[in-house]
Design a protein around this ligand. Structure first.
Ligand code: HEC
Length: 132
């Protein structure tokens, strides 16, 4: 290996190490994951609103409740052990309780689903008031 190739490969390795260090030192990987999860939740919430304000289908409502639950479960898994993380975890867990209850009795009529969607919506807002 001639000297210039050797130097180049060393520099490349340093770039890689620098990149790895950056990822390890900051937590954007986790933050990005949570942000995109919030975007998914927003889309799910829009589906819920569409069912409430437009044509209702009990089957579609169950799909929405399942999506909310999956996203909420993922959010709980992403919470840190900090006081803030633990408080947010408690809030997401409360949301999951509402969602699980709503799914436990089988299909919902429009008015029951509306009540659940409003309850979940207020849980989004209440957390955003504090943390977002
Ligand atoms: C327990 C707390 C909590 C709950 C519950 C919660 N969020 Fe969030 N949400 C946050 C935090 C914290 C942020 C800021 C994230 C960031 O900027 O890194 C956020 C950000 C967002 C964003 C902006 C994402 C972006 O691209 O910047 C949207 C949209 C969102 N949430 C939608 C929702 C919806 C819809 C619900 C309810 C179905 C919900 N959230 C429930 C804590 C919560």
């Amino acid at each position: 290996m001639n000297k210039s190739i050797f130097l180049k490969s060393c520099m490349q390795r340093n770039y890689i190490l620098f990149g790895v260090a950056l990822i390890l030192l900051s937590t954007p990987a986790l933050a990005m994951g949570f942000k995109s999860l919030m975007k998914d939740m927003k889309a799910t919430h829009q589906h819920a609103k569409d069912l409430v304000t437009g044509e209702y289908s009990a089957q579609a409502a169950m799909v929405v409740l399942k999506a909310y639950s999956d996203e909420t479960t993922q959010a709980i898994g992403q919470m840190s052990t900090s006081a803030e993380g633990q408080d947010m975890k408690k809030r997401f867990t409360a949301m999951l309780v509402v969602l699980s209850k709503a799914q436990s009795g089988g299909q919902l009529d429009k008015s029951s689903f509306t009540t659940v969607a409003i309850q979940v919506g207020s849980q989004c807002i209440s957390c955003h008031d504090v943390y977002n």
